[in-house]
Design a protein around this ligand. Structure first.
Ligand SMILES: Nc1ncnc2c1ncn2[C@@H]1O[C@H](COP(=O)(O)OP(=O)(O)OP(=O)(O)O)[C@@H](O)[C@H]1O
Ligand SMILES: [Mg+2]
Length: 449
């Protein structure tokens, strides 16, 4: 009956008999609205609702419930259902609700797009990546952005926590307010309190003027507490109070100060473990982790590696005024095979180097110098290519640099000779130096003996 009523109005309908069929249908296609009975032969409407919200938080879900089961309907709405229909369903009411739900869904999408466009105009940081693991983070970020909830970003070093914190701010209603960052690990413990909360004139020797703390600067905006895991215990209590009561004291101040800030914290270690080790207050941990978002390490979203690599290649070619370059498939394989302990930051550095080292229009595996990065035992050379030069960082900067350049030259020349099958003229061509220069360098590096 519902199908007929809906199809008569030009909607297309996909039917599912129980929760698992519904979930399969949800996964299979792009749906405009979900209409589910709360009672199903197998599973229930709550399961369908949760699955729908997990796939797309903006997908409108309308639940149907037997007359008199209002509590269930209320519970469903608390879990994110848009509305409910009491059975027996009145077709006119049904159509009205479905139209409204569809309009709501469109609005939500439009809203996200508008926000993204606004954000890009504001010069929001660009988050590159298509791996489902990253998309999931993005969905969470959008959801959190709309609220004032405290967000905790957890992830290994270089995964993009700061980038996400900035994106969160720009996507939030506070975007017009300030984004204020403070790195709790980078500031000496004795200065951290005044950095966070400020001080009054004369609060201590040397306090010649009143100083505003980061909490105050972030008023009506977002405060980014980076490396929160490094916060000394004494300050953890003060941060907790600032979060709970939205007030704090300047050092030497006499009256508490009120602020309106959204806090985003980041840490590259598992705060839970720090709590267990009594290095981090449990109450502060609970306060911070209302909305935790874990940024997955790069090796767990391998599909992002080539996408990010190409993004960085384009960027560095532009920045360094070099002509466009492509990534050889051998280079792509090498990038994928590497474990990236330093995550996106390490990939970015690696690509910058490669763009500098590449003279032609193709980046090959040898330009990536990944063997320099691999642990010694992993530096085996499966494809018969040469092991890369070793970095020897002893002595003065000048010494180490000279040695490194000499090593890279020796390595490049040996590789070119190998590639040219020992033909020196051809090797000079590959290296894009003159034959004479090559001979001189061969002599200098002792390679011709
Ligand atoms: N998805 C991404 N798209 C584009 N650039 C990215 C992405 N993720 C990270 N980056 C870049 O990688 C670098 C490292 O990111 P970021 O500083 O945000 O990492 P982090 O998690 O804060 O690291 P740390 O824990 O070491 O402070 C930055 O230059 C950032 O712009
Ligand atoms: Mg960081």
């Amino acid at each position: 009956m519902l199908r007929h009523a809906l199809e008569a109005q030009g909607h297309s309908v996909i039917e599912a008999r129980d929760q698992s069929e519904a979930v399969a249908a949800l996964r299979a296609g792009r749906l405009g609205v979900v209409l589910s009975d709360l009672r199903l032969p197998e599973g229930d409407g709550f399961g369908v609702l949760r699955a729908a919200k997990e796939l797309d938080p903006n997908l409108p879900v309308v639940v149907m419930t037997a007359f008199g089961n209002i509590q269930d309907a209320v519970a469903a709405m608390k879990e994110g259902a848009l509305d409910f229909l009491a059975k027996p369903v009145d077709p006119d009411h049904l159509l009205l609700l479905v139209e409204r739900a569809l309009a709501q869904g469109r609005l939500a999408t439009e809203n996200i797009l508008l926000k993204e466009e606004l954000a890009s105009r504001r010069g929001a940081p660009r988050i590159v990546g298509e791996d489902p693991a990253l998309k999931q983070v993005s969905v969470m970020l959008h959801r959190a952005a709309a609220t004032d909830v405290t967000v905790l970003l957890e992830g290994e070093s270089g995964t993009g926590k700061e980038l996400f914190a900035r994106a969160l701010h720009v996507l939030s209603p506070r975007a017009d307010g300030p984004f204020v960052a403070i790195n709790c690990a980078a500031i000496p413990e004795n200065l951290l309190e005044t950095e966070l909360f400020g001080h009054e004139k004369g609060a201590f020797t040397g306090a010649a003027n009143r100083k505003l703390g980061r909490f105050e600067m972030a008023h009506r905006g977002t405060l980014f507490l980076d490396e929160i895991g490094e916060l000394p215990l004494a300050l953890q209590a003060k941060i907790l109070r600032a979060l709970e009561e939205r007030t704090f004291d300047r050092v030497g101040g006499t009256a508490p100060i009120q602020v309106d800030v959204r806090v985003v914290a980041a840490t590259n270690r598992k705060l839970k473990a720090a709590v267990a080790a009594r290095q981090f207050r449990e109450d502060l941990y609970f306060r911070l982790s209302v909305f935790p978002i874990t940024v997955p390490p790069l090796r767990e979203r391998a599909d992002d590696i080539p996408v990010l690599a190409r993004f960085f290649i384009d960027r560095f070619c532009r920045d360094l005024n070099k002509k466009a370059m492509t990534l050889a498939s051998s280079a792509e394989d090498a990038l994928r095979a590497y474990a990236w302990p330093g995550n996106v930051r390490e990939l970015q550095n690696c690509i910058e180097r490669a763009v500098i080292l590449t003279d032609g229009d193709t980046i090959h595996a040898r330009h990536l110098a990944l063997s320099l990065r691999a642990a010694p035992e992993a530096a085996a050379v499966p494809d018969g290519s040469l092991p890369g030069p070793r970095l020897d960082l002893q002595g003065s900067l000048a010494d180490a640099t000279r040695r490194a350049i000499a090593d890279v030259e020796r390595y490049k020349i040996a590789e070119a000779l190998r590639e040219a099958g020992g033909d020196k003229a051809r090797a000079a061509e590959i290296l894009q130096i003159s034959f004479k220069t090559l001979l001189a360098k061969l002599k200098e590096s002792g390679l011709d003996s």
